[in-house]
Design a protein around this ligand. Structure first.
Ligand code: AMP
Length: 289
């Protein structure tokens, strides 16, 4: 019976069904990898599933659009939802389990975020421009980690600040899981894959490739040209595209995410950007050195 369970992908909608499956896995000494997502899956998500499949016996992928991490109600309403296609993609990838719960399973009482305090890490960049976003994200990730009890959980560096906060979360809450960061998967023209890309019209989609071009130019100037001039130039380059408007572009220490003013201020630096492309907000980042 159990061997059969592992052959076909299962879709669970309740904590109870998931719990039973996890207990069976544990009883049979199966290692569990976990990939939390909000669905509208693309090759970036599938890269996490593939990595998890390489490193674990069983892979659980959750699909849940978490209301408490949306600071903008229109963004929540317009977030793409493609459950059937997602399930087909996961089946093709040989994922073991999809967990697709109703909100009442994850928020049995009020639909509100827990009151985490990630201090500096949630005061900058995404935390500054999307108030409450990280508290909502951490609330759901914590609940999912406790439900799935994975050995390893996989997150994309596309959301690098989120990854830093999740590392902080599991340390603070003493959740016994290894957090694995995975590289950003890009379209051929360099645009970071994102569920939100489907919202772009053709001219916006074309312009959006300019984000990665500007990040690459910044990388070329790192450690040689003046940091602040290079930053200003990158902002100018992105804003020169008719459909693009930079919300923030920052160069920070890769480890601490503290801002730097000079290339010598950090052993390793990363640039982070958020850009409005019409009504759609895209983020990206790049390792500079
Ligand atoms: P989301 O569905 O947007 O919440 O993303 C689920 C997971 O997939 C997160 O860990 C993201 O960082 C990751 N992810 C999203 N886009 C990409 C990408 N282009 N490359 C790698 N990972 C990604």
């Amino acid at each position: 019976m159990l061997a059969l369970l592992y052959l076909t992908m299962q879709v669970f909608n309740t904590n109870a069904a998931l719990k039973k499956f996890i207990a069976d896995c544990r009883a049979n000494n199966k290692s569990i990898g976990f990939v939390p997502t909000m669905g509208a899956l693309h090759a970036g998500h599938i890269s996490l599933i593939n990595r998890a499949l390489d490193e674990n016996d069983i892979v659980v992928c959750s699909i849940y659009v978490n209301p408490t991490q949306f600071n903008n109600p229109d963004d929540l309403e317009n977030y793409p939802r493609t459950l059937e296609t997602d399930i087909a993609l996961l089946e093709k990838a040989k994922c073991s389990v999809v967990f697709n719960p109703e909100t009442s399973e994850l928020y049995p009482e009020e639909v509100v975020a827990d009151n985490f305090d990630f201090e500096y890490l949630e005061s900058i960049m995404e935390g500054k421009f999307r108030p409450g976003h990280f508290k909502g994200m951490a609330t759901i990730v914590k609940r999912l980690l406790l439900a799935v009890q994975p050995d390893k959980a996989y997150f994309g560096e596309k959301d690098f600040q989120q990854l830093a906060i999740i590392n902080d979360l599991v340390r603070r809450e003493k959740i016994p899981v290894e957090i694995i960061g995975c590289p950003i998967v890009r379209e051929i023209d360099g645009l970071a894959m994102s569920s939100r890309n489907v919202r772009l019209n053709a001219p916006q989609r074309h312009a959006a490739a300019g984000i990665y071009e500007a990040l690459n130019e910044l990388k070329e100037r790192a450690n040689s040209k003046d940091l602040n001039k290079s930053l200003a130039k990158a902002i100018e380059t992105i804003n020169a595209h008719p459909h693009l408007a930079v919300e923030y572009l920052e160069i920070v220490d890769s480890g601490t995410l503290l801002p730097i003013n000079d290339w010598t201020d950090a052993k390793s630096a990363r640039a982070f950007v958020a850009v409005l492309v019409g009504q759609t907000r895209l983020i990206d980042n790049i390792l500079l050195y």
